[in-house]
Structure formats: C-alpha cells, structure tokens
Design a protein around this ligand. Sequence first.
Ligand SMILES: [Zn+2]
Length: 340
Amino acid sequence: MCEPGEVRAKRLRFRRQFPKVWSAGLLPRRPNFNKARARSEKSPGDFAPARRAPHLWKLPQRATAHTEKAMPQVLLSRRALFSLGRRLFHPDWNDERNRAAFGRDFGSHGANYSIELSFCGPIAPEDGMIVNIADLKPLISDLIKPLDGAFLPESLEHFAQNRPTAENLALYLWQGFPQQVAGATLARLELEEARRTRVEKTTAHMTVSRSYEFAAAHRLALPDLDDAGNLDRFGICSNRAGHGHNFTLSVGIEGEPDGQTGFIISPALLDRIVDEEIFPRFDHKHLNVDCPEFSDIVPTSENLALVIFGILDERLAREGYTLARVGLQETTKNGFEVLR
Ligand SMILES: [Zn+2]
C-alpha cells in the first residue's frame, strides 16, 4: 500500500530504530491492522503470535518443534533481607574526586537489601524437590551474616579493594555461595538496594537496573475507527479525552563493574541520561497530543516501552554502555518489558 512520504519516512525511521521488533510485527502497522484483526477474529492463532515479542513466541516453538518430551526448566527461589551501612570512596582519590564519582554516597549512609537466589536442576523423583529449602536456609544465613548490620568498607577486608556498590555486593554474594547445592545449580542472584537499584547476576551476564517515575496521559484509538469501533477495540482506554498513569520505568544496563568505582554505570550518569532523554519528552505529557513519537503509532504502553528503549539504547551506546532491558509498569497490575 502506498503511503504519504512523511508517514513512510517515520515508518522507516522506526524500522531502523527497532529492527527486531518491527520484523516481529510487534508495532501495529496501521494499514494492515484492521485486516489482521479480521483474520484474528476468524482464527485467533493467525494474529496473536505475530504481535508477541520474539523472546516470547520462541518458547512454544522450541517446546513443540524439537523436544516433545523435554522438561521445561524449573527454578526455585529463596529470598532474604539484610541491611548495612557504608561509604563509597576510593582511598587514593581526594574528596573532590570522590564526591564527583559517588555523589551523596560518599557520605555515610545505610540501605536495606533484598537478595533472591534462584536454583535450577532436576526434580528428585523421590521427594519432588530441586533442593530442600531447609538445606538452603543455613547457607544463605551464613552468606549474609558478615554483611547484615556491617559498616563497609571497614567491617570486611574484601571491600577495602572493592567499593561496596550494589554490583560489588552482588558479586561478593555470588562468589561466596556454592554454585552447586545437592544437585541444584545457582542460576541467578538478584540484589535489590533501597528499592531503587537492582542487580541481576547469572553465569552469563550481570545487569544493573534503576527505577524512575513519570506521569503521562494517553488515548488508545485508531483514527480509522469511530468512537464505537475504538470502544470495541480498546475499551475504556479509548476515552476521547484520554486517561493517565503514573509509570514506573526501569532501565537495565549490562556489563561488569568498573574496577575503580565498582559501578557498571554511574547512577548519577544514568539518572542524568533519563533526566535529559525521557522526562522532557514524556513526563506530564499527553502522548497522543504532545509527542511526535506517537503520531503514527498507538501510544500503548508496549509502544511507549519500545520507544523509550530506542531512545535510551542510542544514547547509552554513544556513552559506551549496553542497554539490556527497559521495564515499564503502567499500573500495579500491568507491566511491560523490552529485552535486547
Ligand atoms: Zn492507559
């Protein structure tokens, strides 16, 4: 179908910005949207898989194509809480340089932590368990004991050389826990610091995420449909004047902690990037009215998460960082995630 030049240019920009997603058909393409829906009404299977992100629709394919009898992976997780006090500083740097690198964390402060350890492995036929949680409890308790109530770096020699950032705390915990417990393998460790910073460590990668909040309004509607048609398609989200959400945005960067600062990315830098790239564009804006990013696409939270991913991916790549994921919590019930 022929499109006006401006619309086509926008579409091409999107294809360049989100090549994987576009090819997976996640972004609704307006000219085909009604046709696709008509197909989906006859046969829901024709349309539904095309709108799923690649990482989601690979799962059923894998299960049916090759491994009819393969067991899906089962994970068991155990969570524990602790708190500690700390100062972030490099002993060889002066106060000015330390303040520039660590900001307010250069001063003494305390934080609460939540750690979650996830294990995978075969389920033992005799007791139906991957590993007995009773066996994990003392190991986890021993693991966090040196940190709980400690003041770092003074309390632990390890942190004399490694800044006690969330990343280095996660690494310390990961390296201190046995990788195998009674046939179960430690698959993932997640550490949440002060409900703002989250580190995920697996054997393959490490990611640090920070959370942000902003408010925006949107209206879900297609210009080709009348009010009744939009109500049918989008429900009350098609309300003519729009409606709003307080979004929680989570931005995850993959990498290794820097040897000097202990950060995968400086929290101050990530905060500044989000301040510069996301808040001016979307905070307290009506996405349909104020944001040209949505002039050609429906401003659903899926699309908002994708647009944010594209913007941050470009900026972070320029700064030398790898964006791993963008999470967007729309309400307490609705969450969206873009994974590289
Ligand atoms: Zn909404």
